[in-house]
Design a protein around this ligand. Sequence first.
Ligand code: GLU
Length: 280
Amino acid sequence: MLRTRFAPSPNGPLHLGHAYAAIVAHDLARAGGGEFLLRIEDIDGTRSRPELAEAFRADLTWLGLSWDGEAIQSHNLARYEAAADLLKSRGLLYPCTCTRAEVAAAATEHGPDGPLYPGTCRGRDLPLTDGEPVAWRLDMARAVAQAGPLIWHDEISGEQAARPDLFGDVVLLRKEAPASYHLAATLDDAADGITLVTRGMDLFAATHVHRLLQALLDLPVPRWHHHGLLLDESGRKLAKRRGSPSLADRRASGEDGAALADQLRAAHFPAGISVGEALD
Ligand code: GLU
């Protein structure tokens, strides 16, 4: 059965861009007689505000959306650890103590997520007993060699040859969170039975890594639907920090949420807002 999801992170209120993403995922499920899941991606303890999840539910209801189940990422930590242990046992992960600043200073190339990790800790055989926080990185060259060539299918952009190598040795277990977005989202999409991963174009490249993790961990392979993003006048994606009003504020002001959802469906966006690929 077709199953989609909307997977917001409770580190800030939802805005119009999130509404658009939720509507796309919801409507694709409903049009195909399938199910729509709400997943709260709350494992970043430093940024997560759990109380926002309740506001998210109220926002979706206000937009006239219904969902068929919920998943809470922080309930699944054992799942992430087990997968990481498996990859460790195959020699595909290695510990890394580098700080962000050290990576930025040492990097000579850029990847889709920023400075490309130059492999400083690969093969260093770090002692792990002194309590220093470590991240665990995927040895990308080894992982790609094990998995072989991979493809994935996007409903809008068509068939894609997976290029996880563009990301270099990505972090799968973070120092300050139980798992990286890549690992948690990939494992949860599989566990939640998601058959069509819908999300914004800003996460298109991340799918290369997710496809690799699916191959390494023997997970089912869904299809993807990466949709355009809502952009402001300057062509940048909407963001709370740039003053995009939250859905909660719109709701509190008495605006009709179902009517707003219909306008977004019809691509009638508020003044200055368009849909496309972000410049940043
Ligand atoms: N939690 C992510 C976000 O809020 C979305 C992840 C996804 O849809 O794969 O940007």
